[in-house]
Design a protein around this ligand. Structure first.
Ligand SMILES: Cc1ncc(COP(=O)(O)O)c(C=O)c1O
Length: 389
């Protein structure tokens, strides 16, 4: 039982999780649940991964926090890993604390680099909770229709705006909340990238959700054969510890420094967060979790297909890597929230889309890449049982 002092500005459940171990969460009374959403889709290496916990403990003993004026070795080391991973090895990096900050930083940077007020993004993209990216105000954004359900009426061109004069295209490679396990069509994305580049704009990939193995490759943009100039990372970067990053190509970084782009926050390039980020990137690479997660994701999708074939209440199952969704028939008498509750009772934590959600009702799964096969099988059996009761 938790007390009642946390502002209810989002859904809150009365449970007191006191321990996490890989994909398991345990409450104060010792009851355990298999976490199939890795916190907020963040603990890619599972809760309490020994390497990440060790890096954090050592980081605490070195120095937790420095004035942003003083660069530090942890930030340099994390930047080297991030830049190599995103394919911008001669670029530069900044570290912040949340995905929303990272995307908004990228947005402000691109506006500064180009001096152009308008940016393009896909109409259904989620770009965070803050600033211009969070608002996606049509007076600043051209919202391009990607042809996905629930995503609105078509390209919206604000007065005075043209797709040929945008500062950049902020691409969210899909699958997240508004998309409910669907991904934007590759041809449309590549056309947009080419058009923006030909006209001098920058390409930003918002990899806050899709980055670091979530969709079966290191980054979501790799499914599209494009090379972004700017990449925003969050969530998985700290395996749940709050650290995010924006990586810039050499050209973009030089442009920003030459323009005197100024941004200083208390926890920018924070040594502790950077120690976690460095260790996450090393662990993903050295232990082969991107490939292993892709294999588990394929087995998960195959298992969901088999469950779907037995239960007409399931309209569709889909996904990419370890970002998966199960869509219910809206007329079947069970919505995503109802199914989530049945699974919660059986000891599983999933994401859900309740009845009336624009792109469908059902469940979302974003497990850690470290999910064991036996636990996956156990879940699939219980999912089957949840329909049979
Ligand atoms: C695609 C995408 N971008 C940005 C964000 C914002 O990240 P944060 O919640 O860490 O601020 C999220 C969070 O869910 C996201 O899914």
């Amino acid at each position: 039982m938790v007390e009642d002092r946390i502002l209810a500005c989002h859904a809150i459940r009365d449970v007191d999780f006191t321990r996490g171990e890989n994909c398991w969460l345990r409450d104060a009374r010792g009851r355990r649940w298999l976490d199939l959403e890795s916190g907020s889709w963040s603990a890619v290496l599972g809760h309490a991964h020994p390497r990440i916990n060790r890096a954090l403990k050592e980081g605490i003993d070195r120095v937790i926090h420095l004035n942003v004026r003083y660069p530090n070795r942890s930030a340099e080391e994390a930047a080297e890993r991030v830049l190599a991973a995103v394919g911008l090895p001669d670029g530069k990096c900044v570290f912040l604390t949340s995905g929303s900050e990272a995307v908004e930083f990228a947005v402000q940077a691109v506006r500064r680099l180009t001096g152009r007020p308008f940016l393009a993004t896909l109409a259904h993209s989620y770009l965070g909770a803050l600033g211009s990216a969070g608002r996606k105000d049509p007076r600043e954004w051209i919202l391009v229709e990607p042809g996905l359900p629930g995503s609105g009426a078509g390209p919206h061109l604000p007065e005075g705006a043209s797709l040929d004069a945008v500062g950049g295209f902020v691409f969210e490679p899909g699958g997240g909340s508004p998309d409910f396990g669907r991904f934007p069509p590759a041809d449309g994305v590549r056309d947009l990238v080419d058009r923006v580049r030909e006209n001098g704009g920058f390409v930003v990939s918002n990899e806050v959700t899709t980055g670091l193995g979530r969709t079966g490759l290191w980054f979501g943009f790799q499914h599209y054969g494009i090379r972004p100039d700017v990449v925003a990372l969050g969530k998985a970067l700290g395996n749940g510890y709050p650290v995010s990053a924006v990586a810039f190509s050499r050209e973009a970084a030089r442009g920003l420094e030459a323009a005197g782009f100024h941004h200083a926050q208390s926890h920018q390039n924070n040594p502790l967060g950077c120690a976690a980020a460095r260790e996450v990137l090393d662990t993903l690479r050295e232990e082969g979790w991107i490939e292993r997660g892709a294999e588990t994701g394929a087995a998960f999708l195959e298992g969901l297909r088999q469950v779907r074939d037995r239960h007409p209440e399931i309209r569709d199952v889909r996904g990419r890597g370890m970002l998966l969704a199960l869509e219910l028939d809206p007329g079947c008498g069970l919505d995503g929230y109802g199914l989530y509750e049945r699974l919660w009772e059986r000891g599983f934590v999933t994401g859900y889309y309740p009845a009336g959600y624009p792109s469908g009702t059902g469940l979302r799964f974003d497990p850690s890449l470290t999910l064991e096969r036996e636990n996956l099988d156990r879940f699939l059996e219980e999912l089957d049982g949840a329909f049979r009761r």
